[in-house]
Design a protein around this ligand. Sequence first.
Ligand SMILES: Cc1ncc(COP(=O)(O)O)c(C=O)c1O
Length: 441
Amino acid sequence: MTRPDAQPERQILDLNAFSGATGAMAPDVAALVERRRRAFGAGSVLFYDEPLRILRAEGATIHASDGRAYLDFYNNVPSVGHCHPKVVEAVRAQIGSFNTHSRYLFDVAHDYAEKLLATFPAALSNVVLTCTGSESNDLALRLARKASGAEGIIVTRAAYHGNTATVTEVSPSSYKTGAPPRHVRTVPPPDPALFGNDVAQGFADAVKAEIAALKADGIGFAGLLVDTIFSSDGVYADPPGFLKTAVEVVRAAGGLFIADEVQPGFGRTGAGMWGFSRHGLVPDIVTMGKPMGNGYPIAGLVTRPEILDAFCADFGYFNTFAGSPAACAAGLAVLEAIEEDDLIANAARVGRHLTARLTRLQARAPITAVRGAGLYLGIEFGTEKGPAPDLAKRLINGLRDHGILIGAAGRYGNVLKIRPPLCVTTAHADLLVDALEELLV
Ligand SMILES: Cc1ncc(COP(=O)(O)O)c(C=O)c1O
């Protein structure tokens, strides 16, 4: 087990971030970095010491301006594959036919909504389409507060749920200084290193204690919001079912359970469409985004009609671009591609292969844990001295030299996050582990 107090906490956007030094860069890359700095200022965030200038991509491959083809193991946006022909054609055809906001009737909205809702338990029968995962979580918080009549929200310690003013409050990993406000309480991630063998009870007890504290402070409890693969916390998936005990505690206290599926959703865990289904529970609200349009901006939430009805009695909800015909066409093509390309089974198969090889590597390297589900895996690095974020950073840059793109996660930035497009093959997985072996052993 690693000693957590040995390292400073890392803010989510600082992980593998470009430092700003353009010294040794290729001239074309340095010129673009400079233009970016002038136009986007302090808001610009880039990956890598030498940022990658992308020219084109397909499947799991990105072609860059240095003439190299990189294997993309860190991209949850082009989830069914970069430039998937089905999605490209669906968006092209829809934009070429008509595109507008959602206050007209058009068939593709209904074809999409019905196909999407069919992937959820029957109780979750209403969908609201939005533009981003942040907007979905923002709306989810409003629904939960209306339904519970209370303000308090519980999230995990290194959670990230998005960037609106309200959602930043429930995203502790966004804070460079300060901390979330009083109505937001945090619990540790469901880590066996913290909770021992009974992660379900340990995590539920932590939630229960924070509910009691919120009530004691007169704030009240609206709900528990978690990413069901706990990605920014460092990827925690096991044992399947552990969330159920915490959700029972939440409901007994009058709160709602919001499952953030922005990361694990759309088949990535290899065990059905949604991360929560591995836990054998039905959330009150599910939010989604990122992989939903394979790069076309579309996001949303699903919930029970009575929760939406109560909110809509107080407020109207409309967003100009959400649920546009082109967005729905992209979303529909993604759902079809997941089925036709058998991507959930592929995520399970390649994920199993990767996990087996990484677990063998663990015996010969400073790896403290290999965990996750399907094609969402975390490799945690550390020694008896504590977490090893510097090693994780060296590996990220070393893998890039081997032509493989990967990122970091976790409170200390010491977890390598494996999250490729769902079309990767076991041969791709072997290239990743071979490269890691060469760098580590
Ligand atoms: C778990 C989770 N929720 C929500 C979001 C926010 O989504 P968006 O960037 O589309 O607003 C993210 C983004 O990374 C995320 O990882």
